[in-house]
Design a protein around this ligand. Structure first.
Ligand SMILES: *Cc1c(COP(=O)(O)O)cnc(C)c1O
Length: 429
């Protein structure tokens, strides 16, 4: 047994923590394993409590684009910790991170920092409703926008894996105002707006879906979204909690040249500490208290440690511009695996965009949640376990996205490609 310590910690954890974890996908339920308990991580490598090392393709689910424990980020956090960890009062750090965000995203004129992506999406929805004085929100099947009541309808990844696409405990009166459409389906979108347009407060979307596995937008989908929302006076909300600072410094909206009204950020913007942000048009953001009637607050919002980590991470990204290189290296890895899978006659769909990728175990093209669900999750689970044995840490669910960081060197990726190919081959045995 390779990980007795993790197993023992998981047993202990279950006595105190619900399911042994503080976020459900970490329990490894979908892959029939016990979770690794992590001791430390550095660069592209993560180490468990038993001292095993793995090449990390999870990256804390997205934030770690510079790799783990980046020296500059670590020293920025240390320095700030020595000056105090929370004041509940404004600091100059918030202005700095705010400016980095505003300058990165042309659609963002004003920003409010919160402590998670969930809060960012929840606040964006409240703003859209206040601005339009309408109640209905449109989301897309398989897109995840955090766990606020209104967003726990057909929410992809974690919920999808556990087979609870609609959470218990969400009042019908709340979920009734959340309307769900298929991703990448322009006619469905247009027909829907023809019938219900005047009732829609806003549309929230992952411009590049990454919580049903990676599913990029088809040409015309984001354009159609911008067009119908504008025409019907609805607020367009891009949830760039994953894609912001990941696909490009200015997120998916820069890549696809679409300007949303509101943008949700999280993950990378906090450099591995808890940060979320909602930003966008001044006239909408200024509805927030203390300027306007939309209430939103947080004891640890704009927390100085988190701001320091976010600032250093964004400054480093801005200076290094790693995006082209990350994309080229991720593409190379995916091409190697795709070619090998073809040779093995293993039906897979490998989606890749920038430094993100997913290997779907299906012979059908994947363009939305329904087609993503044609993947064989049992095969994915076997693949996952085989990778783990080979020292590769993939997400413990078919419906998540793999991330590559700037610390994944060509040599690391070459070795990983070999391991991935061997694990594919073992599936045939
Ligand atoms: C992770 C994620 C969220 C939620 O962020 P938390 O910080 O986990 O609350 C929201 N939207 C998207 C697209 C995400 O990937």
């Amino acid at each position: 047994m390779k990980n007795p310590e993790s197993k023992s910690l998981f047993a202990k954890a279950q006595e105190t923590l619900v399911g042994g974890v503080n976020s459900p996908v970490r329990a490894f339920k979908a892959v029939g394993e016990t979770p690794l308990f992590i001791e430390s991580a550095k660069g592209a490598v993560i180490r468990d409590a038993d001292g095993n090392s793995y090449t990390d393709f999870v990256g804390s689910w997205g934030p770690m684009i510079l790799g783990h424990a980046h020296p500059k980020v670590v020293s920025a956090v240390k320095l700030q910790a020595s000056k105090g960890t929370s004041f509940g009062a404004p600091t100059e750090l918030e202005i700095k991170l705010g400016l980095l965000v505003k300058n990165a995203f042309p659609s963002i004129e004003k920003v409010r920092f919160v402590s998670s992506g969930t809060e960012a999406a929840m606040t964006a929805i409240r703003l859209a409703r206040a601005f339009t004085q309408r109640d209905k929100i449109v989301k897309f099947e398989g897109c995840y926008h955090g766990h606020s009541d209104a967003m726990l309808v057909k929410a992809g990844s974690g919920a999808a894996t556990l087979g609870t696409p609609d959470s218990a405990g969400v009042p019908k009166s709340v979920s009734e105002d959340t309307l769900v459409l298929p991703y990448n389906d322009v006619p469905a979108l247009q027909n829907f707006f023809k019938d219900f347009g005047p009732a829609i407060a806003g549309v929230i979307v992952e411009p590049v879906a990454a919580n049903m596995g990676l599913v990029p937008p088809e040409p015309g989908f984001l354009e159609a979204l911008r067009e119908v929302t504008k025409k019907h006076g609805a607020v367009l909300i891009f949830d760039e909690v994953i894609s912001g600072f990941r696909l490009d410094f200015g997120g998916a909206q820069t890549l696809y040249k679409i300007s949303p009204d509101l943008t949700c950020l999280g993950k990378i913007v906090g450099g591995g500490l808890p940060v979320g942000a909602v930003g966008g048009r001044k006239e909408i953001l200024d509805l927030l208290a203390p300027l306007g009637p939309v209430y939103q607050a947080g004891t640890l919002s704009g927390n100085p440690l988190a701001m320091a980590a976010g600032i250093k991470t964004l400054e480093e990204l801005k200076a290094r511009k790693p995006y082209k290189k990350l994309e080229a290296e991720t593409e190379k890895l995916c091409n190697t695996v795709r070619a090998y899978a073809k040779w093995l006659k293993r039906p897979v769909q490998i989606h890749q965009l920038g430094s993100m990728f997913t290997i779907f175990f299906t012979d059908k093209p994947v363009r939305d949640y329904a087609s993503a669900k044609t993947s064989n999750t049992e095969t994915y689970a076997r693949f996952f376990r085989s990778l783990l044995d080979a020292g590769i840490y993939f997400p413990p669910s078919q419906f998540e996205t793999c991330f590559i960081s700037a610390a994944h060197t060509p040599a690391i990726l070459k070795a990983s490609a070999k391991n991935i190919n061997q694990s594919l081959e073992k599936l045939n045995a």
